[in-house]
Design a protein around this ligand. Structure first.
Ligand SMILES: [Ca+2]
Ligand SMILES: [Ca+2]
Length: 173
């Protein structure tokens, strides 16, 4: 009899170990996906205002307006709090970072889509860094700009979108 109980006990343990119940995980949080309206390489014509070469703190700059299509994909309401962008050189080093905050925050209902625009500024310092990073200081440089959309759920928890990248080039006009 003891043997039978022992055997049943072993069977019970084994079958318990074999039960594979699906583990349901529900992340009730908004997800905002962004895509660039224009994915072609953007060319910034950065003037060298004082004609002494591109330098940090010099006043030359060029601005290009870029648009992002955004869409909420998880079926949760979101509040868009801002958009930020980073400029990287050809080696992936960040050379600048700026952003806009939306005050008050913009409501985005579940599954909604919207378009956000942002003025991307490349100044002489950025241009110099992009130019030098390719190894030849010839007043031409390439790099990338990345965009991140910042948002909150209805509990106030902050999230950000997966960054999207666009190729950029700097030249002197
Ligand atoms: Ca200059
Ligand atoms: Ca260069």
């Amino acid at each position: 009899m003891k043997k039978l109980f022992a055997a049943l006990f072993v069977v019970a343990i084994l079958s318990a170990g074999c039960v594979k119940e699906p583990v349901a995980l529900y992340f009730e949080q908004p997800v905002v996906v962004s895509t660039l309206a224009d994915t072609t390489r953007a060319i910034f014509q950065v003037p060298d205002v004082d004609s002494n070469g591109w330098h940090h703190w010099d006043s030359g700059a060029d601005t290009i307006t870029m648009s992002l299509y955004i869409k909420e994909t998880a079926g949760e309401n979101a509040l868009i709090s801002g958009i930020s962008y980073k400029i990287y050189d050809i080696d992936g080093n960040m050379v600048d970072s700026r952003g806009n905050s939306y005050i008050p925050y913009t409501n985005m209902n579940a599954h909604d889509q919207d378009t956000l625009s942002m003025n991307i500024i490349v100044d002489e310092g950025d241009a110099k860094d992009l130019d030098d990073a390719d190894g030849i200081s010839d007043n031409v440089g390439t790099g990338y700009v990345s965009f991140t959309v910042n948002f909150l759920d209805e509990k106030g928890t902050q999230y950000s979108s997966v960054p999207v990248f666009r190729d950029i080039k700097v030249i002197k006009p």
